[in-house]
Design a protein around this ligand. Structure first.
Ligand code: BES
Ligand code: MN
Ligand code: ZN
Length: 504
C-alpha cells in the first residue's frame, strides 16, 4: 500500500473513503469529524444521540456521503476512552477501519491523524502508528491458496494534515511507519511459510536477497566451517536432518568503523519436531514458526538498512531443522560448544539453546556488543505470560530496560523475568559442564541461565517470543498465525542505541 501525507481538508479529498474519529462519550463531534457531521446534516450527531455510535475502541460506522462531500464514504472510528488512548490504540483503530473498508471494495482512502488534537498525543508518533496499524492490520498470507480472494487490496492511504508546513516532517514519520510495518509483514511471510518452503537454505537465500536489495553485507557459514569453528552444539542439532544447516551473517555498517557492532542473534529452527524427544503431534505443525527469532533479525536488518541510523549492527541466524533422523542426537549425548563448554543433551527438544550457545560464542568472537538474542525458546514462557507479551531476561539491567522501551514504542509488550543465580542449579549436569534442560519449573528462566553461560560478560538481553510470535487466534490488529513480533523492537532498539549508546 502506498502512503502519502497531504495538506488540506479531509472533506475535500476525492477518495473512496475518509476515516474520521470519535472518543467514547463525546456527544457533539468537533474538528474534522465535526466538519463532516455538519456537511452531512448532522447525521453523526444523530447516530450518537440514538446510541448507534458510541465511540468505543475499534467501533467502525460506515456512512455513504451521497455526493455531499468529496469522499464517497465516511468511516467513523471509535477511539475508546480518552484517558486510555495510546499509540497502540491508533494501530488498533486503523487496522479495524482498514479491514472494514477493504471488505467494501475501497481502493483508496484518506484519514485524519487520530489522537494528535484532542487526544494530546505527538503528531509524528501518531502518524507512524497509524501507518503501522494500517499495513500490519491488512496483512494476509495467501501464497499457497489458489482461489481468488473475496476482495481486492486497498492501494493508497492519504494522511490529511491541516498545516501545510508540517507535511515534510510527517512524511518522515509515515516513512518510518511504512518501513517498520513492511518489515514486520516480511517476517510474517517467512514465519508463515511451511517448513518445506522455508528450509535453512531458503532462510539463507531470503537473507541473501534482503542483503543485496538493501545494501547489506552478507555471508553464510556452511557445516564444514561450523566444524572448523567447533560449533558442536549447532551441528549436534543439525545431524538429525537431511537439510544442511546454515549460519547466516548480515552486517549493517552505518556507524563509527571503530565501534563494536550491536549484535542480534535469532533462533532459526525451520522445523522443530523435538528430535528423538519428539513432540506430541497435535500442534506440531506450528513448529514451522520456530525460526521467528531468525526472521525477526533478518527483517529488522532490512528496516535498519532503510532507516540508516548511525550505528553498526550485525545479525546472526543459526538455521537448522530439529528432526529425529537416523543420525539424530540422542538424549544423554554430550556436545562441545564453540567456547569449549560441554553440554549434556538431557532433552533433544531443548534444541534452541544449543544452537544459540554456538551463535552467542560466535557473536563474542566477532566482538559484537551489546547482544540481544531473540528466540521462540520455551513453552514455559507461554505458561508464564501467554500470547500477550514476550519475556526478557539479561545480565545487564540497562539493556533489559532499553529492550522493554524499544518494544513499547513499537506496540510490542515485553515483561522481565528474573535471572537469579539460584536458578543456575537447575542446569547442573553430572556428566558435563551443563545440561540443556532444567526441568518443568521456571523453564524460561533456566533456559536463559543456560544462554548466560555463553554470553558470559558481554552486556546481553534475551527475548523469549514463544507466545507472541505465532497466534492461534486473532489478537487485536494481528491476525492468526505469524505476527512478526520483535521486528519493531529490534529496529527501535538500533535507532535508540544510535542516538544514545549504553554506558555500561
Ligand atoms: N520451540 C520450542 C518452544 C516453543 C513451544 C515455541 C511452543 C513455541 C510454542 C522449544 O524448542 C522447546 O521445545 N522447548 C522445550 C524445552 C524443554 C524440553 C526443556 C519446552 O519449552 O517445552
Ligand atoms: Mn524444541
Ligand atoms: Zn524449538
Amino acid at each position: 500500500m502506498e502512503v502519502k501525507v497531504i495538506s488540506g481538508d479531509v472533506t475535500k479529498v476525492k477518495v473512496d473513503a475518509a476515516i474520521v474519529n470519535l472518543f467514547e462519550g463525546v456527544e457533539k463531534p468537533g474538528g474534522a469529524t465535526g466538519a463532516v457531521d455538519k456537511a452531512l446534516d448532522g447525521i453523526i450527531s444523530k447516530l450518537i444521540a440514538e446510541g448507534e455510535i458510541k465511540g468505543k475502541l475499534n467501533e467502525v460506522t460506515l456512512l455513504h456521503t451521497m455526493g455531499r462531500i468529496e469522499p464517497e464514504r465516511v468511516a467513523v472510528v471509535g477511539l475508546g476512552k480518552r484517558e486510555k488512548f495510546t499509540y497502540d490504540s491508533i494501530r488498533s483503530v486503523m487496522s479495524a477501519a482498514c479491514r472494514t473498508l477493504r471488505k467494501t471494495g475501497v481502493k483508496n482512502m484518506a484519514t485524519i491523524i487520530h489522537g494528535a488534537g484532542a487526544g494530546g498525543l505527538d503528531a509524528e508518533k501518531a502518524v507512524q502508528a497509524l501507518v503501522e496499524g494500517s499495513i500490519i492490520g491488512l496483512y494476509t498470507f495467501r501464497k499457497h491458496i489458489t482461489k481468488d480472494p473475496e476482495y481486492g487490496e486497498i492501494q493508497e492511504l492519504l494522511i490529511v494534515e491541516r498545516d501545510k508546513k508540517r507535511v515534510t516532517l510527517l512524511e518522515q514519520s509515515a516513512k518510518r511507519g511504512w518501513v517498520m510495518a513492511e518489515a514486520t509483514n516480511f517476517a510474517r511471510d517467512m514465519v508463515n511459510e511451511p517448513a518445506n518452503y522455508m528450509t535453512p537454505s531458503d532462510v539463507a537465500e531470503t537473507a541473501r536477497r534482503v542483503a543485496s536489495d538493501w545494501g547489506l553485507e552478507f555471508s553464510v557459514l556452511e557445516a564444514k566451517e561450523m566444524e572448523e569453528l567447533g560449533m558442536g552444539a549447532l551441528l549436534g542439532v543439525a545431524q538429525g536432518s537431511k537439510q544442511p544447516p546454515k549460519f547466516i551473517i548480515i552486517r549493517y555498517k552505518g556507524g563509527d568503523p571503530e565501534a563494536k557492532p550491536l549484535g542480534f542473534v535469532g533462533k532459526g529452527i525451520t522445523f522443530d519436531s523435538g528430535g528423538i524427544s519428539i513432540k506430541p503431534s497435535e500442534n506440531m505443525h506450528e513448529m514451522k514458526g520456530d525460526m521467528a527469532g531468525g526472521a525477526a533479525v533478518i527483517a529488522a536488518m532490512r528496516a535498519i538498512a532503510e532507516l540508516k541510523p548511525w550505528i553498526n549492527v550485525t545479525g546472526l541466524v543459526p538455521a537448522t531443522e530439529n528432526l529425529p533422523g537416523g543420525a539424530a542426537l540422542k538424549p544423554g549425548d554430550v556436545l562441545r560448544a564453540m567456547n569449549g563448554k560441554t553440554i549434556e543433551v538431557a532433552n533433544t527438544d531443548a534444541e534452541g539453546r544449543l544452537i544459540l550457545a554456538d551463535a552467542l560464542c560466535y557473536a563474542k568472537s566477532l566482538e559484537l556488543s551489546p547482544l540481544v538474542d531473540i528466540a521462540t525458546l520455551t513453552g514455559s514462557c507461554i505458561v508464564a505470560l501467554g500470547y500477550v507479551c514476550s519475556g526478557v531476561l539479561g545480565n545487564d539491567q540497562e539493556m533489559v530496560n532499553r529492550v522493554i522501551k524499544a518494544g513499547e514504542e513499537g506496540g510490542e509488550k515485553i515483561w522481565q523475568l528474573p535471572l537469579y543465580e539460584e536458578y543456575k542449579e537447575l542446569n547442573k549436569s553430572e556428566v558435563a559442564d551443563i545440561k540443556n534442560s532444567g526441568g518443568r519449573y521456571a523453564g524460561a528462566i533456566s533456559a536463559a541461565q543456560f544462554l548466560a553461560e555463553f554470553s558470559e560478560d558481554t552486556p546481553w538481553a534475551h527475548l523469549d517470543i514463544a507466545g507472541p510470535s505465532f497466534l492461534r487466534k486473532e489478537q487485536g490488529y494481528l491476525i492468526k498465525g505469524a505476527t512478526g513480533v520483535a521486528v519493531r523492537t529490534l529496529t527501535n532498539l538500533a535507532l535508540a542505541l544510535a542516538e544514545k549508546p549504553i554506558t555500561s
